[in-house]
Design a protein around this ligand. Structure first.
Ligand code: ASP
Length: 341
């Protein structure tokens, strides 16, 4: 065993399931028996410890309190480990990866999220390779410095910047894409790191952003949308920020009732952000006539941010700022490589 140490934070999800031979059913994996389940891990010669959520959860039940719990676990153990692997259900992994990238300010160690489409206990599982490669990536160093000191997501031979990912497929082992940012590494016979795409460490002390306000919403627009529906969404009393998931490069219906409903929300101090339903490219309001008025009434273009990054970032902006102008200013700054400059 060498002196590299990795902490695995096991939150739940499909990856953690193995067959209980007595019952013949899939049950959550017991980390005390990690080497029994994956004997190949021993070949890495690392010290691997694990902390499990209790109860383990399907990632559909993840909420901002869990993001803070994961981040605090990393902070508490930061000096004792070289890297961190977060085992997480894939369904909301892009939201958690985005949120962690915002919470963990001055992160100088790898935090690799991974999961799988098939449980570890199933013969054709993709979980074994995902897990072993994630550990290798979390442990990788050059000149005693971690190669990937950022929050990233590993799935089916690709390492992505976490806050740029989108789960696009419910069945493929290759379930994620990162259309607006190139991958950080790819795993074949060797793990090849694309260093020009990876954050450089800043060697400052880790700090956590923990102030969150969940008074946010997403409105995915569609042809045929009814006025009463839009009005009930923007009329929500608690709402402080709304993400409109628009068409293409930020386009939306030009019906006066739609523009007026959004304008009324902005006049009430609600921050309205425009992201695209497309998984690649960027919002460019004013390019088409169908987005000109949105720009004029004060809708904020999220450029090439994913919806997951935009909605999680807004929760932190609202948690930290009261004034609408300050929320918008903060939102448009790059925090962790989630937006192209
Ligand atoms: N429903 C599961 C989850 O997200 C799917 C998975 O683990 O990939 O927790």
């Amino acid at each position: 065993m060498n002196d590299t140490s990795i902490l695995v934070i096991y939150t739940g999800g499909t990856i953690g399931m193995v067959l209980n031979p007595e019952k013949g059913t899939l049950v959550p994996f017991d980390f005390d028996n990690v080497y029994e389940q994956i004997p190949d891990l021993k070949k890495l010669h690392y010290k691997i410890d694990a902390i499990s959520f209790d109860p383990l959860i399907d990632s559909s039940d993840i909420n901002p309190e869990h993001w803070i719990q994961i981040a605090e676990t990393i902070q508490t153990n930061y000096e004792s480990y070289d890297g961190f692997v977060v085992l997480h259900g894939s369904d909301t992994m892009s939201f958690t990866a985005s949120a962690l990238s915002f919470i963990l300010t001055n992160l100088n160690k790898p935090v690799v999220l991974t999961g799988s489409q098939l449980p570890l206990g199933v013969l054709r599982t993709d979980g074994r390779e995902n897990f072993i490669s994630a550990i290798e990536i979390a442990a990788a160093k050059e000149d005693d410095t971690p190669i990937v000191p950022e929050v990233c997501l590993y799935f089916e031979n690709k390492l992505y910047r976490g806050n740029r990912t989108f789960k696009y497929n419910a069945e493929n082992f290759n379930a994620f894409v990162s259309e607006n940012y190139p991958s950080l590494a790819s795993a074949g016979v060797y793990i090849k790191y694309y260093k020009e795409n990876i954050h450089k460490p800043n060697f400052k002390k880790l700090k956590l952003r923990t102030k969150i306000d969940k008074s946010v919403g997403i409105l995915k627009i569609f042809p045929g949308m009814q006025e009463s529906f839009v009005k009930s969404v923007v009329g929500c009393k608690e709402l402080r920020a709304l993400v409109i998931e628009s068409f293409g490069a930020g386009n939306a219906p030009t019906d006066p009732w739609f523009i007026n409903a959004i304008k009324e929300a902005i006049d009430r101090g609600i921050v309205v952000v425009n992201t695209s339903q497309c998984i690649g490219g960027k919002v460019d309001m004013g390019k088409y006539e169908t987005s000109r008025e949105l720009k004029e009434i004060g809708v904020i273009g999220a450029k090439d941010m994913t919806t997951a990054a935009a909605i999680t970032k807004l929760m932190f902006c609202l948690g930290e700022e009261v004034e609408t102008k300050k929320v918008i200013k903060k939102f448009l700054l790059p925090w962790a490589g989630e937006i192209s400059e």
